[in-house]
Design a protein around this ligand. Structure first.
Ligand SMILES: [Mg+2]
Length: 113
């Protein structure tokens, strides 16, 4: 099976980003942090969908917005005490226990049981 996931690394990033956010922006309100995640998700969506009309996507812009989404999510996790390593373990354990229907394009959907 997959190599053991190093949760310490994710915890260290969560702490680093969360502490940076407090130092840089001051004490946060959870609602404001949630809105910030949504804003960054919107920006990522725009980049994933590509240039209106042409659909052209730029890898470096997608990468930047993926980073922004991840940073805002980990800042929120730090603020609320969510252990993202535990979350990933829980979600992926569920994924690995499910049966999946392939779409034939590298994606799929779990089969209801
Ligand atoms: Mg952004």
């Amino acid at each position: 099976m997959a190599k053991q996931f190093n949760q310490d690394s994710l915890k260290a990033w969560t702490a680093r980003l969360g502490e940076w956010a407090v130092i840089t922006f001051g004490p946060a309100k959870a609602e404001a942090l949630r809105r910030r995640i949504v804003q960054e998700l919107d920006e990522l969506q725009e980049e994933l969908l590509g240039e209106p009309g042409t659909g052209v996507v730029l890898a470096h812009r997608i990468e930047k917005e993926m980073g922004d989404v991840l940073v805002t999510m980990l800042v929120y996790a730090h603020h609320t005490g969510i252990d993202m390593g535990a979350v990933l373990e829980k979600v992926q354990s569920l994924n690995e226990s499910r049966k999946w229907k392939r779409h034939g394009d590298g994606t799929g959907q779990h089969v209801k049981e």
